[in-house]
Design a protein around this ligand. Structure first.
Ligand code: MTE
Ligand code: CO
Length: 423
């Protein structure tokens, strides 16, 4: 399956007016075939005629070569080089909720640095009773927690404001990953240093050249921010901030400082040193709003989708996708196959977790009808994911950040899918 872009600067993709007629669901289709002559069953195959590889062939296992398509990809025309750049998680090809580190998107402002644990230091200074410096070993001695959280770049889906652009869930929604972190609550370390009463914010920065300095209100820092050193059970990968990164649950990815080196307690946001003005949301009237840190509820159908077409013919079809909210737990996901005329409640694969990705399924019977597939997430605050039109009414078409609108895939009768807009 290849992904096509319409040249360097992609033109607006198809805009469909009105929804397609819904096909009737017919029961009774079978998913297995009747037993019959099949050489794969009746003949001894090559892999059963010799021996396989020994246990030490791959000390650290990698995916089998047949899965070599399931990789991070970037979009060349998006950034001038790969240093200050981004790539995308292949969400169209994954299942479950945990993103393997090896294919979790990367976003660097000055490249991924190599920092040894031995050379690692974390300083807490500013409005504290005792400025402190921690080594990696010091951090390992504090009481630890495990939490699963999504990290979504504020720019995720950012290319889609003006029209349907990128033909694949990986590219439209792949600036997200969801991992299980092990680490120490930042609040524990701040208490160790003793925050003074004038301390209201923390300024956090990384050890890379960009430093990615950001200000976070003290309240959030004390609430659930983690100083994490493991992801999915193993050390953070270099590209995700080895040996230590900040986890800021539910808040935009740019605050999740990698290679964390310093936390300064301040009495206000450090405007001059940070890029607060960069991360603003353009509104329809041309004004901007800033400090929109929380990622609102969002979802996307990951399969079928442009990079994951239907290849198995008519009958039972598993429609699946991801939903998440920076405000808490997902409570419900609805799916439509007819562009929003009728909605069905999807099945959530497991109990939704706080500020983490939830997997949903809709078990559908597909008779080859064209579909306009959408999903719509709801979270525990009662918030409902908006349509693209509703979001544009407020934000216009010139925004980059915080696009959490409902996504539409046009699935054609041959099973291929395309990124479209409907109105
Ligand atoms: N931290 C540092 N030190 N340097 C960076 O360039 N990029 C930020 C954030 N933390 C960045 C950083 C941005 S914009 C995002 S979206 C997340 O890291 C991405 O984290 P990931 O690369 O692990 O996916
Ligand atoms: Co980002």
């Amino acid at each position: 399956m290849t992904v096509s872009f319409n040249g360097k600067k992609p033109s607006r993709r198809a805009v469909l007016k009105g929804a397609l007629a819904a096909g009737g669901a017919v029961a009774g289709a079978t998913m297995a075939r009747a037993a019959g002559p099949d050489l794969l069953i009746t003949q001894t195959q090559p892999w059963a005629q010799g021996l396989g590889e020994g246990v030490d062939a791959t000390p650290y296992g990698l995916p089998i070569r047949f899965e070599s398509d399931v990789v991070r990809r970037n979009v060349e025309w998006l950034t001038a080089d790969t240093i200050s750049s981004i790539n995308f998680t292949p969400i169209h090809a994954l299942d479950g909720t945990i993103t393997p580190q090896g294919c979790a998107f990367e976003r660097h402002h000055s490249g991924a640095i190599e920092l040894r644990k031995e050379d690692y230091r974390l300083m807490i200074n500013g409005l504290v009773d005792t400025p402190l410096v921690f080594t990696y070993e010091d951090l390992e001695r504090f009481p630890r927690v495990n939490r699963v959280h999504f990290c979504e770049c504020a720019a995720n889906t950012g290319m889609e404001w003006a029209g349907a652009q990128l033909n694949g869930a990986q590219f439209t929604h792949g600036m997200i990953h969801n991992m299980e972190y092990s680490g120490v609550p930042l609040g524990t370390l701040l208490k160790e240093a003793g925050v003074q009463t004038e301390g209201k914010w923390v300024y956090v920065e990384g050890a890379d050249a960009s430093s990615n300095g950001r200000s976070i209100p003290l309240e959030k820092a004390m609430e659930d921010v983690l100083v994490a050193f493991k992801a999915n059970g193993e050390a953070l990968r270099k590209e995700h901030g080895y040996p230590v990164r900040l986890v800021v649950p539910g808040w935009e990815g740019n605050m999740w400082v990698k290679w964390l080196r310093r936390v300064e307690v301040t009495d206000g946001p450090v405007e001059s040193r940070e890029e607060t003005s960069k991360y603003t949301d353009t509104l329809a009237d041309g004004t901007s709003r800033k400090w929109t840190w929380v990622m609102d509820a969002k979802s996307v159908v990951t399969s079928p989708s442009p990079q994951s077409p239907i290849t198995h013919g008519h009958g039972p079809l598993v429609i699946t996708g991801l939903a998440w909210s920076g405000h808490g737990k997902i409570t419900r996901v609805d799916v439509t196959v007819d562009g929003g005329k009728t909605w069905q409640q999807a099945r959530l694969a497991a109990d939704p977790q706080d500020k983490a990705v939830t997997r949903f399924y809709l078990d559908h019977v597909w008779q080859g009808e064209e579909m306009l597939l959408q999903s719509r997430a709801m979270d525990e605050t009662g918030y409902v994911q908006p349509t693209k039109d509703a979001l544009r009414d407020v934000r216009g078409e010139n925004s980059i950040y915080h696009n959490n609108c409902i996504q539409t895939w046009w699935v054609k009768s041959d099973g291929e899918a395309e990124n479209v807009e409907i109105s």
